[in-house]
Design a binder for this molecule. Structure first.
Ligand SMILES: C[S@@+](CC[C@H](N)C(=O)[O-])C[C@H]1O[C@@H](n2cnc3c(N)ncnc32)[C@H](O)[C@@H]1O
Length: 311
């Protein structure tokens, strides 16, 4: 119910904002939520920005956001250290959710003896849950952010694995656990196939994969949020995650959250499935999401500027 409520509220909010934004009457425009907030926020500011200059900036902003989301859609922006913001704003929420979802299964794997590889470790937020921990990520800025934030843990940059002859830089049978947390929804099936072959190699024969990913099945809001704000193009449903890992399942659980829904799975003896077809990128929906996201961001920017001009 909450999911439908949140999706409906979100949609109404966008349409309300769009309607208000279209209204040429400045008196009515003031009722926009964005404007009410931003007007009070920027009241102290005496600067006035000319319309022409603002239009140019909006076009530039729109182009950057749109191109960034379409062209770099499988990577993070090279212009922004998103890991820093993630660490700053999302750390507590993300750690809280991880603790809640994983606590029944964390303890047997998190002792001194369990060596954990966090694949796609980002800013290293989950390193606090493991003593014997190594994090790898393709994003250099995130690796640097993680190293600075958690100096007692080891993080390393790796190359994107996109073919058979690339490897994760560790010896065979090094790890007891490989953690895939909030990372697989960035990677298509073909690449995941090569990654899972490597994960199988670096895992001990008794080793386990722990996967915790947003579940596309349960809520419209899950993939909307994940695609819009996180560049996650491969949010899968449970069947798709299971087909991908192709392992003996020891534990699985769905967690329905307000923001997005998660699927947790622990498996062993994973046998990367060579027959699995490539994940469709769900192009139309993705394009619409990107467009909405870009328009929203430009609206937010414009609202700040209009709030300045209206004073
Ligand atoms: C949403 S973040 C999650 C970070 C971390 N696992 C956490 O839960 O805080 C996804 C991370 O996956 C990384 N990533 C995306 N594609 C990857 C790939 N092909 N190989 C390794 N890491 C990848 C990104 O750089 C990003 O840091």
């Amino acid at each position: 119910m909450y999911q439908h409520l949140s999706t409906t509220t979100f949609t109404h909010f966008i349409f309300y904002e769009l309607r208000t934004w279209n209204n040429q009457n400045p008196q009515k425009r003031r009722f926009s939520m964005f404007q009410v907030l931003t007007t009070s926020f920027v009241k102290w500011n005496k600067n006035k920005i000319p319309h022409m200059y603002n239009t140019m900036l909006t076009i530039i902003l729109f182009t950057i956001l749109f191109v960034n989301r379409i062209l770099l859609n499988e990577n993070y922006s090279p212009f922004i250290n998103s890991g820093f913001f993630y660490l700053l704003f999302c750390k507590d929420v993300e750690q809280g959710l991880f603790r809640k979802h994983m606590s029944p299964i964390l303890s047997p794997h998190s002792g001194m003896s369990s060596k954990v590889l966090d694949f796609g470790s980002g800013p290293g937020i989950m390193s606090v849950f493991f003593e014997n921990y190594v994090g790898v990520d393709t994003d250099q800025t995130r690796v640097e952010t993680a190293t600075a934030a958690f100096p007692d843990k080891y993080f390393s940059k790796i190359d994107y694995i996109t073919s058979q002859n690339q490897s994760i830089p560790f010896e065979n049978g090094t790890f007891d656990v490989v953690l895939l947390n909030d990372c697989v929804h960035h990677i298509n099936n073909k690449h995941m196939h090569y990654i899972l072959q490597e994960i199988r190699r670096v895992l001990k024969p008794t080793g386990r994969i722990m996967l915790r990913e947003p579940n596309r099945e349960t809520s419209l809001f899950t993939w909307t949020i994940t695609e819009l704000f996180e560049n996650g193009n491969y949010v899968r449903n449970i069947v798709e995650y299971k087909d991908l890992l192709n392992c003996d399942i020891e534990y699985e659980m769905q967690h329905d959250e307000y923001i997005r829904d998660y699927y947790v799975i622990i498996g062993k003896n994973c046998m990367p499935n060579p027959t699995i077809s490539d994940t469709p990128i769900r192009a139309t929906r993705h394009f619409i999401n990107v467009l909405v996201y870009t328009i929203l961001m430009c609206m937010l920017y414009n609202t700040c500027i209009v709030a300045l001009l209206m004073k």
